[in-house]
Design a binder for this molecule. Structure first.
Ligand code: GAL
Length: 733
């Protein structure tokens, strides 16, 4: 009897144990038409994108904490294939690329994760996240029904899923990941690919589902997302969106909080009143998950920016600025919105709304449940006029283009157009740190031909040669114009024309810079035409072609070509015109300074640096600069003010801060004030100013003293005017 008793006690204990284990560990994420269900409970989920490689691990905890304080439930990130697999089978998950550490940091603060694996991600990231080697896999064709592509895509997706499973990171294993994304905005592309596109997206869905993560998969902007994958919306507004099946929830994976910037373009700003109204309308119409793209945009360090022409800053006008500081009133106003929405959560997830027309552009959506929950959303979609409406026998004043939220169907706790939060006015201030011991080194272009990467008859495509190991590729040729330059027709100098597919080009004739041309994101091609300073006899033409980030979107962007396309023509010679395109060209990948690793503490000692040249010749092209500085006092985020410089790259203690370019935003814009009559989804600021003047220097890259700053300047600038500044919030002045 005794034994029987203890056996049954043991059995009961074991069963309880198993049950607890099942509840705790094997929780389930599912969905129905209303919402995503976590542990069987429908949820209104508020999410924000923070991309781990766009900040440093030292910043992550603070960013996630700020997201949590801002009322977020979920952190969304893409997975960036090209940083993780720089060459086939060689993986890097260290430092900024430590995906598991990032997800665990989110988990530690009790938030969920939406993992957008892609592996195509767009994201203004170099090559849309694809490793450049992928382009050279024999027979490959990106994002279509192509076996080599599908094999590579499956390989990486599986690798990431297995890594997450090994660390128990899916919610089905007790981890924070509640959703995953496969592909990215394939819809418009798929239409162009026709049947192959359809076959591919069906394959992508089943490949993902078979990985058995225990959490739902989504596809954004893909109205043909096959079951059980949920199709979701991306955009400035998503209140008109409906999923492709009545049993799927309405999810908004990219609510654009602002917009990215490109060198030479304006700064984009989205007024928070408009963003809040867009979000509130989405919830009013039955949406149950929205994600701010971006909540913190961060920095495209190194050469990770795509585009081409995307700036190093990926600030995005997001609620948390590039430096990790709260941007007001965006952050605070959205926090209040989130609080109001959360007060309505029970009513929202348990009922369908009753819609009442209150006026020509005014509506009430009422969510009420049998057990007495009632939440109302009163909207005025007239962008010009305020309205006084009658709802449940009470008067309510609705500003233009706004929504009032009434979590008890009586009292307004929030209106999207009434901003109570003060503007923070984040700004740059000087530091006590000086840049000292400036020295320069001229990039040596006299012997480029000595150790060429290759030679060829004719002009070669750039990325084929560089494989993106450097932005730079030299195209060098010689031209013999005979005994005397006076033979030039009419005493006029001949003209050199160089046609490039992009993205930027510096033309050197006999070692002298003759001029530079630049494409734009919209028109990547650029053409140089200028007088050629030729000498009698042999002349050397050296063309420095520069890739400013590889394209991240477009149909078959892997086939887009970069570099000098030709023709390269000399016109007006005594002997007529000469087409140089089909003569012998020598190719050299990268700069000598890059090959010598001048950016590192060890590399700098390999050349003779010159003191004092800084002030003598400020406008010298192709110049390396170095200086030292001690870390400034305090703990504010830091930046370099590069306004006095031209175009190039910057490194600190061997870490690449990124590309800089003092390209000015053309025109005059600034129609950004939020008024009753003008509500752009984004508006433009900063015209007539450099698009990007400040470059983030993460504090964690610095040591107390003797930090090494190295700059490579392409066209010329005044390095003596560079300074280290600190970023402060208006509130802390
Ligand atoms: C979306 C895309 C994102 C990002 C965004 C613009 O269409 O899915 O990855 O590129 O546009 O910032």
């Amino acid at each position: 009897m005794e034994t029987n008793n203890s056996v049954s006690k043991l059995f009961i204990l074991l069963s309880i144990g198993l049950l607890v284990n099942a509840l705790l560990v094997h929780t389930l994420v599912s969905y129905d038409k209303k919402a995503i269900l976590i542990n069987g409970k429908r949820r209104i989920l508020i999410s924000g994108s923070i991309h781990y490689p766009r900040s440093t691990p030292q910043m992550w905890e603070d960013l996630i904490q700020k997201a949590k304080d801002g009322g977020l439930d979920v952190i969304d990130t893409y997975v960036f294939w090209n940083i993780h697999e720089p060459s086939p089978g060689n993986y890097n998950f260290e430092g900024r690329y430590d995906l598991v550490r990032f997800i665990k940091a989110v988990q530690k603060q009790g938030l969920y994760v939406h993992l957008r694996i892609g592996p195509y991600i767009c994201a203004e990231w170099n090559f849309g996240g694809f490793p450049v080697w992928l382009k050279y896999v024999p027979g490959i064709s990106f994002r279509t029904d192509n076996e080599p592509f599908k094999a590579a895509m499956r390989g990486f997706t599986q690798k990431i899923v297995e890594m997450m499973k090994r660390e128990n990171l899916f919610e089905s294993q007790g981890g924070p990941i509640i959703l995953s994304q496969i592909e990215n905005e394939y819809g418009p592309e798929g239409k162009v690919f026709g049947a192959a596109g359809e076959a591919y997206i069906n394959w992508a869905a089943s490949m993902a589902v078979e990985l058995d993560t225990g959490v739902p998969w989504v596809m954004c902007k893909e109205e043909d997302a096959p079951d059980p994958v949920i199709n979701t919306c991306n955009g400035f507004y998503c209140d008109g969106f409906a999923p492709n099946k009545p049993y799927k929830p309405t999810l908004w994976t990219e609510a654009w909080s602002g917009w990215f910037t490109e060198f030479g373009g304006p700064l984009n700003h989205r007024p928070v009143e408009d963003l809040a109204f867009a979000v509130a309308r989405f919830i009013q119409k039955g949406g149950s998950f929205f994600n701010y793209y971006m909540y913190h945009g961060g920095t495209n360090f190194g050469r990770t920016a795509g585009g081409p022409f995307i700036t190093t800053s990926y600030d995005y006008d997001a609620p948390i600025d590039e430096y990790g500081l709260i941007r007001e009133p965006k952050y605070g106003h959205l926090t209040e919105l989130h609080r109001a929405i959360k007060q309505c959560e029970q009513a929202l997830v348990s009922s369908d709304p009753t819609i009442t027309i209150l006026g020509s552009s005014q509506q009430a959506y009422v969510f009420s449940t049998e057990n007495g929950n009632c939440a109302a959303f009163l909207s005025n979609s007239d962008s010009k006029s305020a309205a006084r409406v009658m709802f449940n026998n009470l008067h309510y004043d609705l500003p233009p283009w706004s929504m009032s939220i009434l979590p008890d169907c009586r009292s307004v706790v929030f209106n999207t157009a009434i901003v109570g939060t003060q503007t923070s006015g984040n700004q740059m201030l000087p530091t006590n740190s000086e840049l000292l011991s400036w020295e320069t080194y001229d990039e040596d272009i006299s012997s480029l031909e000595d150790n060429p990467t290759t030679t060829a008859v004719g002009l070669l495509e750039q990325i084929n040669i560089t494989r993106d190991s450097s932005d730079y590729l030299w195209y060098i040729t010689s031209v013999d114009i005979g005994p005397s330059p006076s033979l030039l027709r009419g005493g006029q100098k001949p003209t050199l024309t160089v046609q490039s597919r992009g993205h930027a080009l510096h033309v050197f004739i006999n070692g002298q810079l003759s001029g530079s041309v630049y494409g734009t994101r919209e028109a990547m091609r650029c053409r140089f035409t200028g007088p050629a300073n030729l000498n009698a006899g042999m002349n050397r033409i050296a063309l420095l072609s520069i890739a400013v980030g590889l394209p991240n979107n477009g149909i078959h962007f892997e086939t887009w070509e970069t570099g000098i396309l030709g023709p390269v023509l000399l016109r007006g010679l005594d002997t007529g015109n000469r087409d140089l395109s089909w003569q012998k060209w020598t190719y050299k990948v990268g700069l000598k300074g890059e090959a010598m690793n001048l950016v590192s503490a060890t590399g700098i000692s390999s050349v003779e640096w010159v003191k004092g040249a800084l002030f003598a010749q400020p406008q010298k092209p192709l110049t390396w600069y170095k200086a030292y500085f001690d870390v400034p006092n305090g703990d504010e985020p830091l930046a370099l003010d590069m306004r006095s410089m031209g175009k190039g790259q910057v490194w600190i203690n061997g870490e690449s801060i990124g590309r800089y370019w003092t390209a000015y935003a053309a025109g005059s814009c600034g129609l950004c004030s939020y008024s009753g009559t003008y509500r752009p989804p984004k508006c433009q600021l900063g015209c007539g100013e450099p698009t990007q003047r400040w470059y983030h220097v993460p504090r964690s890259w610095l040591k107390p003293t003797q930090n090494l700053l190295v700059i490579f300047e392409e066209v010329g600038g005044d390095a003596s005017k560079i300074s280290l500044v600190r970023r402060i919030t208006g509130k802390t002045i």
